[in-house]
Design a protein. Structure first.
Length: 201
């Protein structure tokens, strides 16, 4: 966003360029990632349960296949809900971003290009995660409700494919923080010629 428009907020913004001390988006991102990864991971364990059952028995771990699928379903559902807040917080924080214009990321992109690709990727991941939750719901409650195995291999492969997309998307987000210093208090203060050791105590 234009620095003139951001300046209108004036004293409401902190050292990190946000009206609150800790950016919300990165925290929600990691919650979304954790929920999605756990959902796919537990569904994989549930699918492979017949092979793992002897191991659980040897280790005296009381486990049933349906419990793994329950964890997979509820985590996917939670990921779909949390991702709306993750994307919303990301767009709010990106609107307040004032990155340096003379820096390029490790991938050779400027700040605006990186922010645009990260924003588009966020919306795409939101749609994919919600689609996965709907797909998972149909498998649980309609297609496979009377079967021991609740999920299809294509669903699990799609989840693994989304992992790869999350890696690329997350790298763009990391570049926004590491290369451009977006909403990093110390980076912003150094660019303004201030000493973060004195101001952030």
């Amino acid at each position: 966003m234009s620095s003139n428009l951001i300046d209108q907020l004036g004293s409401q913004l902190g050292a990190n360029g946000l009206p609150y001390p800790i950016p919300i988006h990165p925290n929600l991102v990691h919650l979304t990632l954790g929920l999605f990864i756990v959902a796919i991971g537990f569904d994989i364990v549930g699918v492979l349960f017949p092979l793992e059952k002897p191991v659980f028995k040897i280790l005296a771990i009381p486990a049933t296949r349906s419990n793994f699928f329950d964890v997979g379903w509820y985590n996917m559902l939670a990921a779909a809900v949390v991702t709306f807040f993750t994307v919303a917080a990301g767009f709010y924080e990106i609107m307040l971003a004032d990155p340096p214009t003379d820096v390029r990321s490790a991938w050779g992109l400027q700040a605006m290009e990186t922010m645009l690709w990260h924003g588009v990727g966020g919306v795409l991941l939101l749609l994919l995660i919600v689609g996965m939750a709907v797909w998972r719901g149909f498998q649980r409650f309609v297609w496979n409700k009377d079967r021991a195995r609740q999920v299809q291999w294509t669903y699990l492969l799609a989840g693994l494919g989304i992992f790869a997309l999350m890696f690329v998307h997350g790298t763009l987000g990391a570049q926004l923080a590491a290369d451009f210093g977006l909403h990093i208090s110390a980076d912003r203060l150094l660019r303004l010629g201030e000493d973060p050791n004195l101001l952030l105590k």
